[in-house]
Design a protein around this ligand. Structure first.
Ligand code: ATP
Ligand code: MG
Length: 388
């Protein structure tokens, strides 16, 4: 009798030519999520994966990790036995213990010598003689799925995060600040299949500053969904030096434009298809329609803002749910807090472009990129990060 976990995936995206690509990607992501865990193998069986466990497999940890893999709709632990009544009933009793359960049996193969109804009858016999507890209204479901010589049984159900497998929609440069919003934006981008490459602009002497640990930890936390990720850490001071002559009211929007340009460069280098930010609409001075338009005008990469229609409270709730909130509220000197009280709320495309060119931001861009520190970060509990 093999102990196993049956993993189900959503079906909406399974139609058509992309099916194999999605399924292969999901399989790869499951294996990455389980790296370092003890298990026998993962096998794709039509519309599900079967994860075969070992005696020393850690169910709690494995469930925790599977629960973060996008593309999984639900999973349940179970066993696989020979399609033979005695074996099925014996294994079922071991699986459910003293719980009161509802049995759902299904025979996929008419070549099997007994019907699912007959099997349920046998279960009822067990219940009548007190060896099992059955209740047709129970929410605890024992699923028995007979397929040829093998029968899969699952008991219980854990929800997956749904969505699409990370990487199936391509790659995105995620602009990550020390705030609450951008980690949530990254979560939603990953949920729709984007693989993140992070870019963070810091206000410290070097990319080795101990304060940056907060950002690394945030990425490591988000990596529970993507396995691992690359992060570009670049300094703010080159921009700051060049922005000195620009009116204070334009400094923030100028920085935003500079950020997008940096992201564009990283996107090119990393083969990413788009940029993701944690901007919402009207949340702060820099996030008016006019400012978003002026800052993004002419940027050669598609910019996505998954939080655009969300209220701050909704974002905070989500941040708490996905576990980034406690990291985001740790004290941190974010470069974006500069001068926002007098910021322009209706920046003009041409004016902004003029300031950008006059202050020599293209040069600042190259200088900043030269100082980029590239870090590979693994999910918490996986092998530690390496610095390139
Ligand atoms: P957040 O909570 O994500 O910091 P915010 O509400 O503070 O967002 P802004 O400061 O306007 O809003 O930042 C908007 C977005 O710009 C952020 O969500 C992030 O995507 C990007 N961003 C801001 N600061 C940085 C930074 N230092 N490095 C990289 N990206 C940044
Ligand atoms: Mg911020």
């Amino acid at each position: 009798m093999d102990r196993l976990i049956i993993i189900h995936f959503g079906e909406i995206w399974l139609k058509g030519k992309n099916r194999k690509r999605f399924v292969d990607r999901l399989e790869r992501n499951i294996k990455t999520a389980l790296s370092g865990e003890s298990y026998e193998r993962v096998a794709n069986e039509r519309d599900r994966f079967v994860l075969h466990l070992r005696a020393d497999s850690d169910m709690g940890r494995i469930s925790g990790r599977l629960g973060k893999v996008f593309g999984i709709s639900w999973f349940g632990s179970g066993v696989v036995v020979d399609t033979e009544p005695k074996a099925i009933i014996g294994a079922a009793k071991a699986l459910v213990g003293k719980s009161e359960v509802r049995v759902e049996a299904h025979r996929a193969d008419k070549g099997i010598s007994f019907t699912s109804r007959e099997l349920v009858g046998m279960f009822l016999d067990e219940a009548r003689s007190g060896r099992m507890r059955l209740d047709r209204d129970s929410e605890k479901v024992l699923k028995v799925s007979m397929k040829g010589e093998r029968t899969f049984m699952t008991f219980g159900r854990e929800e997956g995060p749904n969505g699409l497998p990370v990487g199936s929609s391509g790659r995105a440069v995620v602009l990550l600040s020390g705030g609450i919003d951008s980690p949530v934006a990254s979560y939603y981008a990953m949920k729709r299949g984007l693989e993140p490459v992070y870019l963070h602009v810091h206000g410290f002497e070097s990319g080795d500053a101990p304060e940056l640990e907060k950002i690394r930890e945030t990425v490591a936390h988000l990596c529970a969904h993507s396995g691992r990720a690359r992060m570009y850490v670049v300094p703010y001071h080159v921009f700051q030096g060049r922005a000195l002559g620009v009116p204070k009211s334009y400094e923030l929007v100028l920085f935003k434009r500079f950020l997008y340009r940096l992201a564009e460069r990283v996107a090119k280098r990393e083969g990413a298809d788009c940029i993701v930010t944690g901007e919402s609409l009207g949340q702060v001075a820099s996030q008016t329609v006019q400012n978003l338009d002026a800052t993004a005008h002419g940027i050669g990469a598609f910019i996505m803002r998954p939080l655009v229609g969300m209220d701050k409270q909704e974002i905070v709730d989500k941040a708490k749910e996905i576990g980034t909130f406690k990291l985001s509220i740790r004290k941190y000197r974010d470069v974006c807090s500069i001068g926002s009280h007098e910021a322009e709320t209706r920046a003009k495309r041409e004016r902004l472009k003029g300031f950008y060119n006059k202050s020599g931001m293209t040069k600042a861009l190259s200088e900043t990129m030269k100082r980029a520190k590239v870090i590979e970060i693994a999910a918490m509990g996986h092998q530690s990060e390496s610095v390139k």
